[in-house]
Design a protein around this ligand. Structure first.
Ligand code: 6PG
Length: 230
């Protein structure tokens, strides 16, 4: 398992290169299977990348886009990852893509696990591209080290695809792909900006308990392309 570091001078440079790499992989996926899948993370980091990506030429009508995790809020709430993806990514050329969101009508994410799992069948697996972010505590997707659900989320022996997570150090209940579901991806990217995230990653790479820094579980089990800029 390896971490291949791609370090850029600026986020503009990162976003331009990254957007083209994603499109190249999705194009290869469409050529091979007729459709391609792109699973993205929320948060602040990917906004400018999504904007750049939305403008790149591709037969977006053959691309299915979903989320690695969702905050369990209404889709018009500013905390909603779906809202951010609709605003930043499903625009311009990428407006033609098919979006498979995670938020359902259920009040509690626990009650929506079955629906999300059924909806996943709408996406080609293994995912062609998975873009992960990382928090300062080493969480990725919504696999939070502080949550009671972290052992279930990282359990590679379990058949679970999604898990409802209640972080204690971050707001909102979440729905998250589990570790084995995240790993079911052909190309895994870790998208980080800033020195402090790089320091957190360095700490994760040095090794230790995966439950204390869940990003370690991904790094220990997959080949990961780091896309980093200051
Ligand atoms: O919904 C979320 O919060 C995420 O998908 C999460 O895993 C995110 O990628 C990290 O928390 C980094 O978030 P920032 O990019 O905002 O730092």
């Amino acid at each position: 398992m390896s971490l291949n570091e791609n370090n850029f001078q600026s986020t503009d440079e990162l976003n331009a290169t990254f957007a083209q790499s994603i499109v190249d992989i999705l194009t290869a996926g469409i050529n091979e299977n007729g459709r391609a899948s792109l699973v993205v993370s929320g948060g602040r980091t990917p906004k400018a990348l999504f904007n750049a990506l939305s403008k790149v030429a591709l037969d977006w009508s053959k691309v299915d886009i979903s989320l690695a995790d969702e905050r369990w809020v209404e889709t018009d709430d500013d905390a909603s990852n779906e809202k951010m993806v609709r605003r930043e990514l499903l625009q311009n050329k990428a407006a033609a893509a098919n979006f498979v969101g995670l938020k359902t009508e259920h009040d509690n994410a626990k009650d929506a696990v079955e629906t999300c799992t059924a909806n996943l069948a709408k996406l080609h697996t293994p995912f062609d591209v998975l873009i992960l972010g990382m928090g300062e505590d080493g969480h990725t997707a919504s696999l939070f080290p502080c949550s009671e659900q972290i052992h279930q989320g990282l359990d590679q022996g379990a058949r679970r695809t999604y898990i409802a997570v209640q972080p204690t150090t971050a707001p909102n209940q979440r729905m998250s792909l589990t570790l084995p579901a995240l790993l079911n991806s052909k190309n895994i990217f870790l998208h980080l900006t800033g020195d402090s995230k790089k320091q957190v990653l360095d700490k994760a790479v040095k090794g230790g308990d995966e439950h204390e820094m869940p990003i370690r579980a991904v790094l220990n089990s997959a080949d990961v392309e780091l896309m980093w800029a200051p």
